[in-house]
Design a protein around this ligand. Structure first.
Ligand code: HMG
Ligand code: MG
Length: 306
C-alpha cells in the first residue's frame, strides 16, 4: 500500500489510452494513416498497458477510422501492450480478427435514444448483435470489454438512473464481457453520481472489473476519478491531450486528458507505469498533425515552461 496521507487508494491503476480511437473518431480534418501509426507508436513507447487503437465500425458511420486495418498493420506492437479496438457486430469482429487483434470492445449504452443514434439499434438489439461477437471471441481466445455509454446522462434523455446502467451491465456480463467501461459520454457526471453508479455495479461485476470513462466537458472528470479511486476503481480511460468526443453525442467535448490523469495519480503515489513526459511528446506530435493545441491542462503548463 502507498504511504500517503490519503489512505485506501488502489496502489496501482491501469490507464487505458483511448486517444487514437475516441480522440480521433470525432476529428473533422483527415488525419493521415501514417500520422495515426506514429501517434500510436509514441504512445506505446510511453508504456501504456492498454491502447485502444481504432474502430472496426461502418466506414460510413466513422469515416476517420476507415483505415483501421492499415493502422493495425502499420504499428509496431510493443511487448506488454494490449491493443484493442471497438467492434459493433460480427462483421467488425471478422475485420478485427483478420487484423490480429487479441482484445476488442463492444459498445452500447444505458439510454435508448443514444444507442439508437450511435449504432442504429435498441439496447436489447445491441446485446443480440454482440452475441456472435462474443462467440467468435471465445473461440479465438480474445478478451472482450463492454462499454456502457450515457451511464450518467444522455444528450437526448437527460439524467440516467443507476438502475438502467445496472440492467445493461447485467446483460453484458451475461453474454460474457470481461470488463465494463462506464461512460460519461457527454461529461455531465458529478461525484455523487459516481458513488451511486459504482455502488450499483460493484456487487454485480466486482470492483476490479469496472473501468471509468470520463469526458471532461464540464471540468468534473478529475473529481470523478478521485471519487472512483476512493471507492476502489483501478481502471481509467483517458485520451492523450484531451482529444475526443463522440460524433453521436452533441456537445461531447474531449475525453479526460491522459496527462492530467497521470499528474494526479503520480501525486497520489498511485503507480501506472506510464511515462508522463513521453505522453506529452505523443500529444505534441499529434498537435502538429492536427494543427491544433491539445486541451490538456498539464500539457499547457509543461510546454509553457519550455
Ligand atoms: P447500420 O447502417 O444500421 O448497419 O449501422 P447495417 O448492418 O445495415 O450496415 C450498413 C453498412 O455498413 C453495410 O454496408 C454494412 O456492410 C456496413 P453496405 O452494404 O451498405 O455497403 N457495415 C460495416 N462495415 C465495416 N465494418 C463493420 C460494419 N458493420 C456494417 N463493422 C452500425 C450499424 C453499428 C454498423 C453503425 O451504426 C456503426 O458502425 N456505428 C458506429 C458508431 C461509432 O463508432 N460511434 C462512436 C463510438 S461509441 C463512443 O464513442 C462512446 C464511448 O467512447 C464510451 C463513452 O464515451 O460513452 C465508447
Ligand atoms: Mg468516449
Amino acid at each position: 500500500m502507498n504511504d500517503t496521507p490519503l489512505k485506501g487508494l488502489p496502489p496501482r491503476v491501469t490507464v487505458v489510452e483511448v486517444g487514437p480511437r475516441d480522440g480521433l473518431q470525432n476529428e473533422k480534418g483527415v488525419i493521415a494513416t501514417a500520422d495515426k501509426i506514429r501517434f500510436i507508436d509514441l504512445l506505446s513507447e510511453a508504456g501504456f498497458p492498454v491502447i485502444e487503437a481504432t474502430s472496426f465500425v461502418s466506414p460510413r458511420a466513422i469515416p476517420q477510422l476507415a483505415d483501421a486495418a492499415e493502422v493495425m498493420a502499420g504499428i509496431t506492437r510493443r511487448p506488454g501492450v494490449r491493443y484493442t479496438a471497438l467492434v459493433p457486430n460480427a462483421k467488425g469482429m471478422e475485420r478485427a480478427l483478420a487484423a490480429g487483434l487479441r482484445e476488442v470492445a463492444v459498445f452500447t449504452g444505458a439510454s435508448e435514444s443514444f444507442v439508437q443514434h450511435n449504432i442504429n439499434m435498441s439496447i436489447a438489439g445491441s446485446i443480440e448483435s454482440f452475441r456472435p461477437v462474443l462467440a467468435m471471441a471465445r473461440e479465438a481466445g480474445v478478451r472482450v470489454r463492454g462499454y456502457i455509454s450515457t451511464a450518467f446522462g444522455c444528450p437526448y434523455e437527460g439524467v440516467v438512473a443507476p438502475e438502467a446502467v445496472k440492467r445493461v451491465a447485467g446483460a453484458l456480463l451475461e453474454i460474457g464481457v470481461e470488463e465494463l467501461s462506464i461512460g460519461d459520454t457527454i461529461g455531465v457526471a458529478t461525484p455523487n453520481q459516481v458513488v451511486e453508479v459504482t455502488g450499483a455495479l460493484a456487487p454485480l461485476a466486482g470492483i476490479e472489473r469496472l473501468a471509468m470513462h470520463f469526458h471532461d466537458t464540464r471540468g468534473t472528470a478529475l473529481a470523478n476519478v478521485m471519487t472512483a479511486l476512493q471507492l476502489g476503481v483501478a481502471i481509467f480511460d483517458s485520451a492523450a491531450g484531451g482529444l475526443g468526443g463522440c460524433p453521436y453525442a452533441p456537445g461531447a467535448s474531449g475525453n479526460l486528458a491522459t496527462e492530467d490523469l497521470l499528474y494526479l495519480l503520480s501525486g497520489l503515489d498511485v503507480e501506472t507505469g506510464v511515462d508522463l513526459e513521453k505522453v506529452v511528446a505523443a500529444s505534441a506530435f499529434l498537435a502538429r498533425a492536427r494543427g491544433q493545441a491539445p486541451a490538456s491542462r498539464y500539457y499547457a503548463a509543461a510546454t509553457a515552461e519550455r
